[in-house]
Design a protein around this ligand. Structure first.
Ligand code: HEC
Length: 130
């Protein structure tokens, strides 16, 4: 009985020591995959706020006012989700009208690159007028 126990134990320990390197490898690979995915989506989706602010000051501020707060008939454009701002700017860039004054925005959005749109959206999300 006692001898059986020892045999079972040694077998278990042997199996575990054989499995262990595989578990470590699986952990390593999933870790690598996960950080790769994170890095990739981070690269694709998060714009550079500072670059966005600089781009905003170049032209957008003339109509939308400081920090996208909106001026008279020019809408407030700060505080929106990145996906919202991105899709609006892409729609205008494609020459598609959204509201009654879209032609102004279509003209402004035409020259924007994907990167500029990502940067502007990142900046506008948290831009606040103090
Ligand atoms: C000449 C004035 C003018 C300039 C400059 C301008 N916009 Fe606009 N923007 C407008 C007007 C007017 C609208 C509303 C258009 C409509 O009726 O569809 C608008 C709408 C928008 C919207 C959509 C708002 C919403 O919630 O529907 C976004 C986003 C936007 N502008 C971002 C920008 C950015 C970024 C820039 C700089 C690259 C910029 N605008 C420059 C006049 C301007």
């Amino acid at each position: 009985m006692a001898a059986d126990c020892i045999i079972v134990k040694t077998l278990l320990i042997r199996a575990a020591s054989h499995l262990w390197p595989h578990i470590v490898m699986i952990k390593f690979v999933t870790g690598l995959l996960f950080s790769f995915l994170l890095g990739f989506t981070g690269y694709a989706w998060s714009g550079d706020k500072e670059a966005g602010e600089a781009r905003y000051q170049k032209s957008c501020i003339n109509c939308h006012g400081p920090a996208g707060k909106g001026v008279a008939s020019y809408p407030k454009i700060s505080g929106n989700e990145v996906s919202y701002t991105t899709s609006k700017l892409e729609t205008y860039r494609d020459g598609i009208k959204i509201g009654p004054n879209s032609s102004l925005m279509i003209m402004m959005a035409r020259p924007l690159t994907d990167e500029e749109i990502a940067d502007l959206a990142a900046y506008l999300k948290d831009a606040k007028y103090e």
